[in-house]
Design a protein around this ligand. Structure first.
Ligand code: M6R
Length: 606
């Protein structure tokens, strides 16, 4: 997390960097800052809170300079204060911005303090500024200082450094955290995401792990981790240069909920061959050779993977395990021959998922990635990319990326089922037709905003609630609970409905909201019994369900009902009212829907 930007050119650096930071605010919004260099002097403006606070500070005190660096922060080490905001400056000679975590910062800080360095923040990042100052004090050049600093630090990082003694250069480095360099006539820029500078240039270099570079206009010197000059390809980025707006909606999340029919339809159409057949893009050899799958993902993407497991096992008969990415890497998972991993990530930058993917690759596994950002780190490291075509997702809470991930996973199950001859041509055609009906069904489900309103009014007053589901709707219950807690800050837990009697039922007391996701399938009678057990103990039952089965639950206090749909695809369609419930409850509570507290869209720390 955290977004970093650097710029050298003919424009006013502070204005250009601020504009780029607006495109990176999804990476963190605890504080922000910009440093520029002008007439041999470093200028610094920092502000706590949203970027609008930094903008206001710069308006009241403009900052000159044609070279600068900027940062938007998601706090890791040290509270949300101006002193902890980046850029960090040392000796009025060095300014740095950093994304990631310097794991050995404490010992480095102690060493530097022993040498007389004084620190003004609680961050790990400030250590970098002082390490540079120390190296420069020993007469090293910018590049040599960078090499010396990199030799000392441990962790995942992307950093940009501006030196008073080198007013035409920026020094940058990366290890596991993303960093892109943009090159154009008369300017050079860097950013955590090519999207932040796509309006300045389409020519982008992605540094490799361990690389560092000295950058000037028309002068790019890249070195690998051994200090050898390295050539890195310049690519034309496909990142969108447009600054995305809310298109008349109250929030990006509301807009993104409404964009789901289109996102799903685009995702299906990208998986449709010229002859109309459903093809995910996985080769026929892979589809028949891969014998089992390990899904690696975090948060909402993990829940998509858990739903996908039901389809892959049921439709294709492939054994699947779904792993919490942050845990997988630190276990000693037994790797069976003939398997592949599927890394699922909206951003393609979640460090936990990236590291888990690398771990699996080291064990010799093929890596398939389901990602929404085609130039992301996970996409670039995968053997096969199965893209979701959801378009940029700005709201921190994932909505359209989730349903697009489910769409790819369902298609993948069908593709495996076909290639492994588990499905007949008629079965495949029937499943494809079912999938093609999903965008329309999702569009109809979006109309549940009105039905959700009284439920949101009720929920906003509650400190805690439970979500229940069975079968394919169990992981959706987990996702619905995550959505509600991250947006409204209401404590919410998801459970498999059948698991309630094994312990969680003890939580039920008078009027505890129990929200059940229900459709008409083989398990629905059992789920209704589980709900009855909750109701008998005083719970307030809230149903999010398809029409016919909803009629059987006459004891629910609230119902959000959508049209009947094929149970196989119900998780995609029922996800919509669950998202709307989280959205409306947060709206009613007045929380920050698009940028909930403590969160960031792209989580690039472990
Ligand atoms: O970009 P990714 O899909 O890898 O992100 C994974 C999680 O951080 C993400 O899904 C998170 O849980 C969202 N805030 C959920 O709405």
């Amino acid at each position: 997390m955290c977004g970093i930007v650097g710029y050298i050119g003919e424009g006013q650096a502070a204005d250009i960097i601020l504009d780029a930071l607006k495109r990176l605010e999804y990476r963190g919004y605890d504080s922000s800052g910009i440093a520029t260099l002008e007439q041999n002097a470093l200028h610094l403006t920092r502000a706590v809170g949203k970027l609008s606070h930094l903008e206001a500070a710069l308006q009241s005190k403009p900052q000159a300079g044609q070279i600068g660096i900027g940062h938007t922060r998601w706090a890791t080490h040290g509270g949300v204060t101006e002193a902890n905001a980046h850029p960090h400056v040392a000796g009025n000679k060095v300014a740095i911005v950093h994304n990631g975590i310097i794991e050995n910062y404490a010992e480095l800080k102690t060493e530097l303090q022993a040498k007389g360095h004084e620190f003004s923040s609680q961050t790990d990042s400030e250590v970098l500024a002082h390490l540079f100052l120390d190296a420069l004090g020993q007469g090293q050049t910018g590049s040599a200082a960078m090499q010396a600093v990199l030799a000392k630090i441990k962790g995942a990082f992307a950093l940009a450094v501006m030196l008073q003694e080198a007013p035409d250069q920026l020094f940058v480095a990366r290890n596991a955290s993303p960093l892109a360099i943009g090159i154009e006539d008369g300017l050079i820029c860097v950013a955590s995401d090519a999207m932040a500078m796509a309006h300045l240039t389409r020519n982008v270099i992605y540094l490799k792990d361990g690389d560092y570079a000295a950058l000037g206009v028309d002068d790019v010197q890249i070195y690998d981790r051994d200090g050898q000059r390295a050539n890195r390809e310049v690519i034309r980025t496909t990142a969108s240069p447009a600054l995305i707006d809310k298109g008349g909606f109250r929030h990006f999340m509301e807009k993104e909920i409404h964009e789901q029919p289109e996102a799903i339809a685009h995702t299906i159409s990208a998986m449709t061959a010229a002859d109309g057949a459903l093809r995910t893009g996985l080769s026929e050899a892979d589809l028949s050779d891969i014998q089992h799958l390990v899904i690696l993902a975090a948060g909402t993407s993990n829940y998509a993977g858990q739903i996908g497991r039901y389809w892959l096992e049921d439709i294709a008969g492939i054994p699947v395990s779904v792993e919490t990415a942050s845990e997988y890497r630190y276990r000693a998972p037994a790797h069976l021959a003939g398997g592949a991993v599927i890394a699922i990530s909206q951003s393609g930058e979640s460090l936990d998922t990236l590291m888990a993917l690398r771990h699996a690759r080291e064990k010799g596994m093929k890596v398939i990635a389901i990602v929404n950002v085609p130039e992301s780190s996970i996409a670039r490291e995968a053997d096969v990319i199965l893209p979701t075509r959801a378009g940029p997702e700005i709201g921190v809470a994932s909505t359209k990326a989730f349903t697009a991930q489910l769409t790819v996973l369902f298609a993948l199950a069908v593709d495996f089922g076909r290639a492994k001859a588990r499905l007949s041509a008629e079965d495949v055609a029937e499943l494809q037709q079912k999938l093609l009906a999903v965008p329309g069904a999702v569009g109809a489900a979006i109309a549940s905003f009105e039905q959700v309103q009284p439920v949101a009014q009720h929920l906003k007053k509650t400190p805690s609630c439970l979500f229940l589901g069975r079968g394919r709707l169990y992981p959706l219950a987990l996702e619905a609970a995550l959505k509600l807690k991250e947006l409204s800050y209401i404590h919410a837990e998801g459970f498999a409905a059948g698991e309630m009697k094994h312990g969680p039922i003890a939580l039920i007391e008078d009027e505890l909201p129990v929200i059940c996701l229900l459709d008409e399938d083989t398990l629905s009678a059992k789920t209704i019994s589980n709900l009855k057990e909750a109701e008998a103990r005083g719970a307030t039952i809230i149903l999010i369900a398809t029409q016919t089965i909803a009629k059987q639950v006459d004891f629910a206090s609230f119902k959000v009902v959508i049209e009947d749909c094929d149970p196989l695809l119900a998780p995609i369609i029922l996800a919509v009212p669950a998202q709307i419930l989280a959205y409306q409850t947060a709206f009613e509570k007045g929380t920050d829907v698009d940028q909930p507290r403590n969160l960031a869209k792209s989580v690039t720390v472990e």
